[in-house]
Design a protein around this ligand. Structure first.
Ligand SMILES: *Cc1c(COP(=O)(O)O)cnc(C)c1O
Length: 443
């Protein structure tokens, strides 16, 4: 059986997460429902922090909030002592409203708008990760206008291609992100940043991809980035105090996925950094990493109710759930694979193979192809695993479907952290111009 964290099958044969029977959660909160195993998120946070403590290196673990950004998640992140990455004004606003300490917020993105930069400057966030020359100039000017000097990292593209899906590779040269290392752009970026009086250059950042199952890519990235740091010191006399290796640590979505314990990635990064720095007599920088998926991915489960089915003899049987690409666009977007169980009959042996369709008006709205299940009946609950990252965060109102609620479960308690959207939420921003209003009959 495919279970994460505190998930188990209880005596009634129901899936239980965080001590909560999911059939009860369905009754209380309705479906579709995102269920987050709070203990597992906290465990991951602690694994990252503990792995760094063992290395003795100064460090920051910044949760890449884009994976799942809600106020409760920001609170949990702060409680666990992590920092927080944001990539938009909306994420920044969420973090600030949740009371997240601004000095532990890092701002990413390849096209930060002037308004976003101003908002972050006013909040006194801890660091801007500068992506390109236009942003660098803009940030310096806006910081200068406010009489501030801000911490920056430069995002560099180290030319390391992690073994992962092409759409989520960002470390190779042909990427929309960052200053290219290989062609000298990154070096020019350092020179320019040092010349800006309102920017304080802490160091560099690299993010080589996502859903990575091996340490080799990180080792290569460390070597390239460290070699760059050494070159910068030799030519410009400047040492970096921070090197950020990004995120991308893999999780298990399906049988056969073989992620490493998160501490293994940390250890590999630390080992590579320490040996490279020792060799070059380079002062050990503070190491930052930015896990997103690995913090929340396998802690999330989406609970659906099965509605209709369609059997095409000799071809396939479709079952349809009351959600789909609107709450999990990843299968449609990336061809992502998921595992699932019938949550109300999780102890029954599989007897048929079905494909799980969403309810949106798109043939591509399929969640899972060829899932082994007991004979599915209308009204059954289907729990899809490992939906904690990039699911709620990517959810949409396509077909004017309301986004599901999110609950945190822990020790038998379930707390709503995002309410289910209402019909009024759906039409909340709609306006009808005067000329289109239903007129009282006029003469
Ligand atoms: C998306 C992203 C992350 C998080 O990636 P995961 O694969 O979710 O760990 C970290 N850093 C940057 C810059 C990112 O863009």
């Amino acid at each position: 059986m495919f279970l994460h964290g505190t998930s188990r099958i209880n005596a009634e044969g129901h899936l239980e997460i965080g001590g909560c029977d999911v059939t009860e959660l369905a009754k209380e909160f309705g479906t579709p429902l995102y269920i987050v195993d709070e203990a597992l998120v906290r465990q991951r946070a602690r694994e990252f922090m503990e792995a760094f403590r063992k290395t003795g290196l100064r460090h920051q673990v910044a949760y890449a909030s884009k994976a799942f950004c809600t106020m409760a998640m920001c609170r949990l992140t702060e409680e666990e002592g992590l920092s927080l990455d944001v990539v938009s004004d909306g994420e920044l606003y969420t973090a600030l409203q949740a009371g997240f300490p601004a000095e532990r917020i890092h701002f990413h993105g390849n096209n930060k708008t002037p308004d976003e930069i101003l908002m972050a400057l006013d909040a006194n966030i801890g660091c801007f990760v500068v992506d390109n020359f236009i942003e660098m100039q803009l940030l310096n000017t806006l910081a200068s206008d406010k009489g501030k000097r801000v911490n920056v990292l430069l995002r560099i593209t180290p030319g390391v291609e992690a073994h992962t899906h092409e759409y989520i590779s960002t470390g190779q040269q042909d990427s929309k992100f960052g200053f290219d290392l290989g062609n000298g752009t990154a070096f020019r970026a350092v020179e320019q940043a040092l010349a800006q009086s309102n920017l304080k250059l802490l160091g560099v950042h690299s993010h080589i991809g996502s859903q990575i199952f091996e340490v080799e890519g990180f080792r290569m990235a460390v070597e390239k980035v460290a070699a760059f740091a050494i070159e910068v010191r030799a030519k410009l006399g400047e040492t970096f105090s921070v090197i950020n290796l990004g995120g991308g640590f893999g999780i298990r979505y399906v049988e056969g996925d073989t992620p490493l314990p998160v501490g293994t990635y940390v250890q590999a990064i630390a080992d590579a950094m320490i040996s490279t720095c020792l060799e070059a007599d380079y002062p050990l920088p503070e190491i930052w990493i930015e896990p997103g998926r690995s913090m929340v991915g396998d802690a999330g489960t989406t609970l659906y109710t099965v509605g209709t089915s369609k059997h095409i003899p000799g071809v396939r049987k479709y079952i349809a759930v009351n959600g789909g690409m609107t709450d999990n666009p990843r299968p449609a977007l990336y061809g992502s694979k998921y595992e699932a169980v019938l949550a109300n009959r999780a102890n029954e042996a599989p007897t048929e193979v079905v494909s799980v369709a969403g309810k949106a008006c798109e043939s591509g709205d399929m969640l899972i192809w060829d899932l082994n299940v007991p004979e599915v009946r209308s009204g059954d609950l289907l729990a899809v695993f490992s939906t904690g990252a990039y699911n709620y965060a990517m959810a949409s109102n396509y077909n004017r479907i309301r986004r599901p609620a999110v609950v945190f479960v822990k020790d038998g308690k379930a707390d709503l952290v995002v309410a289910r959207e209402s019909f009024d939420d759906i039409i909340g921003n709609d306006m009808i111009p005067e000329r289109l209003r239903k007129q009282a009959v006029s003469k």
